[in-house]
Write a protein that binds this ligand. Structure first.
Ligand SMILES: C[S@@+](CC[C@H](N)C(=O)[O-])C[C@H]1O[C@@H](n2cnc3c(N)ncnc32)[C@H](O)[C@@H]1O
Length: 266
């Protein structure tokens, strides 16, 4: 008999909040539609759901409504106390909870959402964790790994597949946004220490700030118009913006990972 592997990772702070992950959930519903619709088993892992399972409950509800009703969400937590605490929210087979880490506890999901998990690790631990998670995916599967603030007003995430990181998305609640550069506080762990001169993500945030300042005349038409102008400006300046204006209007911008990958050691 083979013994179950020890979950990979460490217990960290369990802070979470209702509705905190709405931006990334809506993005997953829009961008992972084909991955989930084509999956023989539409399994989504919510890795590191935290002190309460509320964001896993919300993820299941959002994807069932927007993508397919038979989507299954498996909440994995490395802290056994948090696994036990989530039991009352389970709704098998659609929503279940178990102990697991970056190895994904033997699951082969089509999609993994790992939010506010790697933030509490060292930067050097990111690449191995990414490799472990992507190595456990079902064929064609993806990982969405990122960070946000407590209320989900500022966030960013990396999309990865078996080949590695593919894109970076920045997202903000525009009505509360002072300037795009504030997203720097909520960059994924792989980039948060890279917001320094000479690093591409620093150039990206500066370009967005410049675009935002130049778009100040659009402010009377609302922050959405101003953001759309700022994103259009960076695209005109040569940034390979890879999403469409319909997403910009939601306060997002997505660029290929190759445009922001760390200049050194990343
Ligand atoms: C800050 S909470 C995030 C909760 C929720 N995902 C959110 O964004 O609101 C981080 C959680 O990740 C868990 N965690 C840390 N490393 C993990 C790992 N390798 N595998 C599974 N869970 C992990 C911690 O125990 C903690 O409960």
């Amino acid at each position: 008999m083979t013994r179950p592997r020890r979950p990979l990772g460490v217990v960290t702070r369990g802070t979470t909040n209702p509705n905190r992950l709405r931006r990334v959930d809506n993005w997953i519903a829009a961008h992972c539609t084909d991955v989930l619709r084509d999956a023989p088993d539409p399994l989504v892992v919510d890795l590191g759901y935290g002190a309460t399972p509320v964001t896993a409950v919300e993820l299941r509800a959002r994807l069932a409504a927007a993508v397919r009703p038979d989507v299954r969400v498996l909440g994995l937590e490395i802290d056994p106390v948090r696994v036990a605490a989530a039991a009352g929210a389970a709704d098998p087979p659609w929503l279940t909870f178990a102990r697991g880490g970056f190895e994904l506890a033997g699951a082969r999901p089509a999609v993994v959402r790992a939010f506010n998990v790697l933030r509490q690790y060292d930067e050097a631990e990111v690449a191995p964790a990414w490799r472990t998670m992507t190595g456990a995916l079902a064929p064609g599967g993806v990982v969405v790994e990122g960070t946000c603030d407590e209320l989900g007003r500022l966030g960013s995430w990396v999309l990865l597949d078996a080949a590695g990181p593919r894109s970076l998305t920045l997202a903000a609640k525009l009505s509360r946004l002072d300037s795009p550069g504030t997203v720097a506080e909520r960059l994924p762990k792989a980039l948060i220490h890279r917001n320094v001169p000479g690093e591409p993500v620093h150039d990206l945030l500066r370009a967005l700030d410049d675009g935002w300042r130049a778009a100040a005349p659009y402010a009377p038409f609302g922050p959405r118009q101003r953001w759309v102008r700022a994103v259009a400006a960076i695209r005109e300046a040569g940034w390979p913006v890879s999403d469409r204006p319909a997403r910009w209007r939601l306060g997002e911008v997505t660029v290929p990972w190759s445009a922001v990958a760390p200049a050194t050691g990343g």
